[in-house]
Design a protein. Structure first.
Length: 278
């Protein structure tokens, strides 16, 4: 059992630390440090009043210029939830999730407001897309943290963006909106695990961006991570193409993952939805 926040930081980063050694492992920081995605669910339903309370928390997140360009479609219809799973068969946790929703970047509402007020919308460019995506990410993560604080587990699903046209039809998305991510929600049936992160030196730069120790940091991270959860050989990606290295760590896996072009449908979809990306 973790006693102090330092125990949770050590677990998260796989590096012994005193950071937080003077604080007990409880409260919001402990919850954030120990959070994890879940993909297996108990049958227990999520009470509707709790769900609505979590949405109230989610949309309390910061929002760029108070434009509030996010939204969520709760998929109440189980047949639609199954259709979405059928599009993404590798992720059966979508079908089994007691609640499934799709978070929506919404640049539609502010344009409607411009129309309502008879004032032209003057921001038809990439920043509108980025702001809507950011608001939506912040709202979704706020929902996740709120849900986790209540014993629920969540799993975002970016794979809905592989099927943007189907999402538009199934969810009735108007122009200037886009599916950001699905989210499975339920009471987890397994404990899950704290997924190890890169060392803080890779995220936090003092004064200027600094990658002097990048290679050593990545190598150390690969080794620490593999010592905890070595990827089983059956899960190695594209062995026919990239071979069987002596050591297969996180960086090898991620390099192989991003070698495969995915989701190049998104830009054309967002443009077809009327959002300029220039
Ligand atoms: C925007 C976003 C999209 C994601 N999409 C998927 C997905 O399609 N399928 C899935 O199983 N997990 C998905 N995840 C979960 C990540 O795999 C997970 O957050 C990551 O492995 C780190 O694990 P942790 O959340 O337990 O710390 C997504 C997470 C985010 C933030």
């Amino acid at each position: 059992m973790p006693k102090t926040l330092a125990d949770l930081v050590t677990l998260r980063y796989g590096i012994e630390t005193d950071l937080g050694a003077d604080r007990p492992a409880d409260g919001l920081l402990a919850q954030i440090l120990d959070r994890r995605s879940h993909r297996r669910w108990k049958d227990d339903p999520v009470p509707e009043d709790l769900l609505q309370l979590l949405f109230a928390c989610a949309f309390s997140a910061s929002a760029k210029s108070d434009l509030q360009q996010s939204g969520v479609v709760v998929v109440r219809n189980k047949a639609v939830q199954q259709k979405i799973t059928d599009l993404i068969p590798a992720m059966p946790w979508i079908a089994t999730a007691p609640v499934f929703m799709v978070w929506i970047g919404d640049n539609h509402r502010i344009r409607r407001i411009s129309e309502m007020r008879g004032i032209p919308f003057g921001n038809d460019h990439l920043d509108s897309f980025l702001n809507a995506a950011t608001d939506t990410a912040l709202a979704m993560q706020t929902f996740i943290l709120a849900a986790e604080s209540q014993g629920l587990g969540c799993c975002p699903i970016s794979n809905v963006r592989n099927h943007t046209d189907a999402m538009k039809d199934l969810l009735g998305l108007p122009p200037h909106t886009f599916p950001y991510a699905g989210l499975c929600v339920g009471y987890p049936s397994r404990e899950g695990f704290s997924s190890m992160r890169l060392p803080l030196s890779r995220f936090v730069h003092d004064n200027t961006y600094n990658e002097a120790t990048l290679e050593a940091d990545i190598d150390g991270y690969d080794r620490r991570r593999a010592a905890r959860h070595a990827p089983p050989k059956e899960s190695w990606r594209d062995v026919e193409k990239w071979g069987e290295p002596e050591f297969y760590g996180w960086s090898e896996d991620k390099a192989r993952q991003v070698a495969v072009t995915e989701r190049d449908n998104l830009g054309p979809f967002v443009r077809a939805q009327g959002i300029k990306l220039d």
